[in-house]
Structure formats: C-alpha cells, structure tokens
Write a protein that binds this ligand. Structure first.
Ligand code: ADP
Ligand code: MG
Ligand code: MG
Length: 249
C-alpha cells in the first residue's frame, strides 16, 4: 500500500525528515508516536502532498506507484485521505452537500459521471448509521460552531464516504477530549478493512486503548527509530521517550 524509502524533507531550509522508512500494507493499522517536533505532522503533510515542504531525497510509493510528484488533489483521487484536509467553515454548505461535491469531484477526475442521487443517499444513510451520526448533524453548516467532537465526527464521516485506501489521521489537537477520542477510535475500528490501511499519528497513548494498532512506530528527530506492536505504546506511556533516545547513542 504505502512504502516510504529514505525520505528526507525540509521546510524553509530546515531539515526535518532525515531518512525515514516505513511500509504499510493493506489491512494494517499503524500508529506513529513521538515527541513534539519530531516531524509527525510533517510526514503526514508530505504524504498528502502539501506544498510547503521540500522533499530532498527518497521515494513515496502508493501501491507501487511513485506519488511524490502528484498534486494533493491527485493523491486524494488515488485514495489518500488526510484528516483535517477540510477544516474550513463553510456557512450555508451542509456536511452532506460538502461530501457530495467532494465525491463527485473525485469521480469527475476519474472520468466518471456524478453518482446517481439515489445511490448517494443510500451511501449517506448507510455510513451515517454505521457511525451513529444523526440526520440533524448532516444538515448542519460545515464546521460552523462545531465542537471538537463534532469536528472529529465530520472527519470520520468524510473518511467513511470517500472510502480511502490509505487514511492518515493526525491527532495533533491537544483539545481532544475523551468523547472525541472515542469517535475517532470507533470510526477507525468500523471502517478498517482488509483492503485499506490506517495510519494514526498521536502522542496520546490513550487513543490506542481504543484502536489496537498492528504496529507502533516511534518517530524521533526525523526518523523512525523503533517499531513494535501495541505494547510499545504502553511502554512509552510508562517510560516516556528518553529511554529510546538513550538507546540511540
Ligand atoms: P510533530 O508533529 O511531530 O510535533 P512537526 O512535523 O509539526 O512535528 O514539526 C517538526 C519540526 O518542523 C518542528 O521543529 C517544527 O518547528 C518545524 N516546522 C513545522 N512546520 C514548520 C513551518 N511551517 N515552518 C518552519 N518550521 C516548521
Ligand atoms: Mg506538534
Ligand atoms: Mg504534529
């Protein structure tokens, strides 16, 4: 699914990623943890194709294809989803209308007609039931006055509707309360399948009480310096990151 090899990247001439390797296969859930400033959000943004970063070395492959030259929209059309891609408030545009447009734009980019309204409605009904999202929420203006939990609900709903191959959830928000954590975790658990992969970026071990990752990686100083199973997250929670830094010297 995703294969990153020797990725080096910088922003404003500051080197941030320094030879990062990771491989994520279909059906897997990976967690990326690490201290603040390690480069976690940088990695997520680079996979999604945000243009502020300069990739100076290495490759990013999605299903065997090098995507590093593609624009963010093209990556999205190829099945890459990054949470908080659409954090904008759009008064007058509902949660549902926004996602309808996004889906039809993706189809258009692939040379397909708009999804028939009946199919769209069916999909909205199925996904919102799966995620226990009520109708009132679907008709609200996008992100307008949304609480932290509602923003998460909207993100997870977008992810459910877009059915990405690779979903990257960057849980940077320090305001994530327990409800928001549960919404994210339930969503991931319900949407994961043998055909997709999920990468959850977090420095909260707590999130991983609800999402059990197949692999946990520690990102430190621009590199993955340790990989383990879910128990590594508990070890990090108990011991912090310093012992890993010490192992490195
Ligand atoms: P993390 O998500 O692991 O906390 P980030 O990827 O956000 O880390 O940041 C990695 C490093 O890159 C930090 O030192 C941060 O200050 C720097 N950085 C991130 N974005 C920018 C930017 N737009 N301009 C300059 N430095 C940045
Ligand atoms: Mg940070
Ligand atoms: Mg971050």
């Amino acid at each position: 699914m995703l294969k990153i090899n020797n990725l080096h990247a910088s922003i404003e001439d500051k080197s941030i990623l320094k030879g990062l390797n990771i491989e994520v296969k279909a059906g897997e859930v990976h967690a990326i943890m690490g201290p603040n400033g390690a480069g976690k959000s940088t990695l997520a943004n680079i996979i999604a194709g945000k243009e502020d970063y300069e990739v100076t070395n290495g490759t990013i492959e999605l299903n065997g294809e090098d995507i590093s030259e593609l624009a963010p929209e093209e990556r999205a059309h190829n099945g890459v989803f990054l949470s908080f891609q659409y954090p904008v408030e759009i008064p007058g545009v509902s949660v549902t209308n926004f996602i309808k447009t996004a889906i039809n734009e993706t189809r258009k980019a692939k040379g397909l007609e708009d999804m028939p309204a009946k199919d769209m409605l069916k999909m909205i009904r199925e996904k919102s039931e799966l995620l226990e999202i009520d109708r009132k929420f679907l008709s609200r203006s996008l992100n307008e006055g949304f609480s932290g939990g509602e923003k998460k609900r909207n993100e997870i709903f977008q992810m459910a509707m877009l059915e990405p191959k690779l979903a990257i959830l960057d849980e940077t928000d320090s305001g994530l309360d327990i409800d928001a954590l549960r919404i994210v975790a339930n969503g991931v658990n319900k949407l994961k399948s043998k055909d997709n992969a999920v990468v959850v970026i977090t420095h909260y071990q707590r999130l991983l009480d609800y999402i059990v990752p197949d692999f946990v990686h520690v990102l430190h100083d621009g590199k993955i310096v340790k990989t383990g199973d879910a128990s590594l997250a508990l070890e990090l929670e108990a011991k912090g990151y310093d012992w890993i830094k010490k192992e490195l010297v």
